[in-house]
Write a protein that binds this ligand. Structure first.
Ligand SMILES: N=c1c2ncn([C@@H]3O[C@H](COP(=O)(O)OP(=O)(O)OP(=O)(O)O)[C@@H](O)[C@H]3O)c2ncn1[C@@H]1O[C@H](COP(=O)(O)O)[C@@H](O)[C@H]1O
Length: 131
């Protein structure tokens, strides 16, 4: 999937300085981040509506529109896809570590200094399951 988004991002970068009369991307860059954000939000809502309605084909189409508008906003904000992939890999490693944390707090001998109470890292799926 990331290859497709990387290619889309390159296409968006290549299109942003084209004639706005023929390129939607150039038109979005001409109108600026607020318009880009509005389009992205609209697409996100369209994905939600179609998903709730059980229209999976429409979810596919609207998700492609969502990814397009997201890459446009990334480009405008100076974000590259690899920045996002790096953050996702960091979280994967972090959650991976969380998986290895003992489920119950570690029993420390009385003489040990009182540990700084940190928010226990709970794996994402556990958090979702508790909702
Ligand atoms: N991947 C996309 C892409 N996905 C979706 N869209 C556009 O986004 C629209 C979907 O948003 P909407 O549903 O809001 O469509 P709309 O209602 O007609 O739009 P508005 O009237 O609301 O502005 C589609 O109709 C497409 O025109 C895209 N436009 C361009 N790309 C790619 O971006 C690159 C640059 O293309 P140009 O912008 O055409 O130069 C190319 O590689 C294209 O393939």
């Amino acid at each position: 999937m990331s290859d497709s988004i990387d290619r889309l991002y390159q296409a968006v970068i290549a299109a942003k300085d084209l004639d706005p009369a023929i390129s939607r991307t150039a038109r979005l860059f001409q109108r600026g981040p607020a318009k880009m954000a509005k389009k992205l939000a609209e697409e996100a809502i369209e994905v939600v509506i179609d998903a709730v309605a059980g229209k999976s084909d429409a979810v596919v189409r609207e998700s492609a529109d969502l990814f397009y508008n997201l890459t446009v906003l990334w480009a405008s904000a100076g974000v590259k896809p690899e920045d996002v992939w790096r953050e996702m890999e960091r979280r994967e490693r972090l959650l991976g570590i969380a998986e290895k944390l003992p489920k119950s707090p570690v029993k420390l001998p009385k003489t040990a200094p009182v540990p700084v109470v940190r928010r226990r890292i709970v794996a994402l799926e556990n958090r979702l399951r508790k909702r």
